[in-house]
Design a protein. Structure first.
Lengths: 427, 211
């Protein structure tokens, strides 16, 4: 259209609004019945798939005023302490134990704010931890001897990351006063040697340019931290300007993979890796997703591949399952439902190259085979592998179940929870 | 409590929602709760309240009634699927606006270069232009909308048609507030419109450069 004849028109805002009303005026849309019918044919996503339900999120608490001199002194003291702790921590890191097949130990699950454990057959149920206001995600250490969990002691308070022995003894607070944990799911990420735990948490937004909201969160103030498992200190890792979440250690402990992005939602979230000391941050490949893409990233057992959820080829908002080589090459969409169904939260079997994830139900894919949907798991949460790789846990709004790979429910527990962890045992 | 406004009565009655109409008012939070439990008829009432305005917004952005219908259907289906993830029911309206605008922009991107834009107000139906008349304003705005990209239309529609504030507009588009403001300014400049009593002001010098 040529606009050579158009001259600038000065309109009060009210007249512009009225003009838009006039331009858009039309007969009432007649397709509400189509919308209702379409809704009737379409399954809603279960509540648990909205990942903010998995993550212990909270609004940041307002800080009390602190005299500047005290603040400067505290920062200096903290920096010196962290420097010393870092040197000591790096110098004393044990080497990773040799990988051996694990057997299935206790299952830990959330019951309100308590942690309850039971044997894999459902027997021996007992409360391990109680007394908190709210429970977050949890994970057993790679050797199965300790359990890390997020806990909020008081309503309106902040989150603490606590490590206890598998019998609930010797609690150590390894990170504290976290206003919002941003990942990963399903639990804190233990280093393979059990010496440290990686997590991601919200940091203060820059006052001058607050983060824009996009989808179900903002994607510019999350950063990755590592806490020494003995409680001797935490440190922030990686690019200080890059939004980063959901860290996962490579099997040899040398590298951390994570989902990263920045404040511009149009750029989306990519898969990143960095050295375990936070240096050499680099993007792997061009696979991109929106919002909670790469909320769980998982290294294969041999460390050659990383799996995560990211956008479909034609729509970054529809999540599929992507396997990407550790050098960023060979990105492959292995999703079972390439069109229209979100596929989320993949993980490798602990003993082989098999994958499990959720896509309107539990999906399993053995190496070289086609993905298989599990009937009866439509409302189940993302599967959590048993340590021996022969069963999985799936939580629902009604309880959780232990299923075998033939789809048989071995144990069903009527305790609704999404907080689940399975203890590995070694001879 | 909000009043059911835009949903045609016949549609609501057809879907068994006549009782809600008889009462005259519905509790939006209650409807969201019912809809999130799988009650698609409650969802129909919920969407019906907004449908006319969403459809109009989509037509203003896409300038194609069929595409607009596709965008609104896509947005409402997405709202249905993701309703259980909506933590704050009071944000439902803003969320639906955001989904609709994003669906419009997605469709616009996919159909880049393949648009068949139509005039929303046929000229032969309009009376002779009168510089001061509402219809004349509408004809002018209609022509000027055609001159800008869908992403620019989106910011104009969000702010001036859906009456979102600039921070809300920015949030709906997922962009910083400053970017929303400059995008709106640029859109109005390209539309050769100076908005006299808004928080935005496009100088005549700026608009003359495009004249």
């Amino acid at each position: 259209m040529s606009h050579s004849d158009a001259t600038t028109r000065n309109l009060p805002a009210a007249r512009l609004r009225a003009a838009l009303d006039e331009v858009g005026a039309a007969a009432r849309p007649d397709y509400l019945p189509d919308i209702v019918a379409q809704a009737g044919r379409t399954r809603q996503r279960p509540a648990w798939t909205f990942l903010e339900r998995w993550l212990p999120m909270d609004i940041a608490v307002r800080r009390q005023g602190v005299p500047r001199a005290v603040l400067v002194f505290a920062i200096l003291a903290l920096l010196i302490t962290m420097l010393l702790a870092t040197v000591a921590f790096i110098g004393t890191r044990p080497t990773r134990p040799a990988l051996t097949a694990a057997s299935n130990g206790s299952i830990a699950f959330g019951s309100d704010a308590d942690i309850v454990v039971m044997e894999p057959d459902g027997s021996g149920r007992r409360t391990l931890i109680s007394g908190a206001f709210e429970l977050g995600n949890m994970a057993y250490s790679p050797d199965g001897r300790r359990l890390a969990y997020w806990s909020k002691l008081l309503a309106g308070g902040t989150w603490d990351l606590i490590v206890v022995d598998a019998d609930g003894g010797n609690p150590v607070t390894v990170a504290s006063a976290i206003s919002e944990v941003t990942g990963p799911s399903p639990g804190p990420a233990w280093a393979p040697d059990g010496s440290a735990i990686a997590y991601s948490a919200r940091t203060e937004p820059p006052a001058a340019s607050p983060c824009p909201q996009w989808g179900t969160g903002d994607f510019c103030t999350s950063r990755i931290f590592v806490a020494a498992a003995d409680g001797s200190g935490t440190r922030q890792l990686g690019d200080p300007d890059l939004d980063a979440r959901s860290p996962d250690w490579s099997p040899d402990g040398s590298t951390i993979a994570f989902g990263g992005g920045n404040a511009n939602p149009n750029v989306g979230v990519h898969l990143y890796v960095m050295d375990a000391d936070g240096s050499d941050v680099r993007q792997l490949g061009n696979v991109v997703g929106s919002d909670w893409a790469f909320i769980r990233v998982d290294w294969s057992n041999d460390g050659t591949k990383i799996v995560g959820q990211a956008g479909a080829a034609d729509n970054i908002s529809d999540w599929d399952i992507w396997v990407i080589s550790a050098d960023g090459s060979d990105a492959t969409n292995v999703g079972a439902h390439p069109q229209g169904i979100d596929e989320v939260l993949p993980s490798w079997a602990p003993d082989r190259d098999a994958l499990a994830w959720w896509a309107n139900g539990v999906v399993l894919q053995e190496e070289g085979a086609a993905p298989v949907d599990f009937p009866g798991t439509e409302n189940a949460a993302a599967p959590i592998w048993s340590p021996d790789g022969k069963q999985f846990l799936a939580g629902t709004d009604a309880g959780f179940m232990v299923m075998d790979l033939d789809g048989n429910v071995q144990v069903s527990v009527e305790s609704p929870t999404e907080r689940l962890a399975w203890q590995p045992l070694f001879d | 409590m909000e009043r059911i406004g835009a949903a045609p009565r016949s549609i609501l009655v057809k879907h068994g929602m006549g009782r809600a109409i008889e009462r005259g008012t519905v509790d939006q939070t209650g409807l969201i709760e019912r809809a999130s439990q799988g009650d698609h008829e409650a969802f129909g009432v919920l969407v019906g309240e907004h449908l006319a305005r969403l459809d109009t917004a989509a037509r203003l952005i896409l300038r194609d009634p069929e595409l607009a219908r596709d965008a609104v259907q896509e947005a409402t289906l997405r709202a249905w699927k993701h309703l259980r993830g909506l933590r704050d029911p009071s944000r439902f309206d803003a969320w639906l606006h955001r989904l609709t605008v994003n669906a419009c922009l997605d469709l616009a991107r996919k159909r880049r270069g393949r648009f068949f834009e139509v005039e929303l107000t046929p000229l032969h139906d309009a009376p002779a232009p009168d510089a001061t008349s509402r219809v004349a304003d509408a004809l002018y705005v209609e022509r000027m909308l055609a001159a800008i990209e869908p992403a620019q239309r989106a910011v104009v529609v969000l702010h001036y048609f859906l009456d979102l504030s600039l921070p809300e507009t920015a949030a709906a588009l997922g962009i910083p507030e400053g970017t929303a403001k400059s995008r709106l300014n640029r859109a109005l400049t390209q539309m050769r419109i100076t908005v006299a009593d808004d928080e935005l002001f496009v100088s005549s010098a700026a608009t003359e450069r495009f004249a």
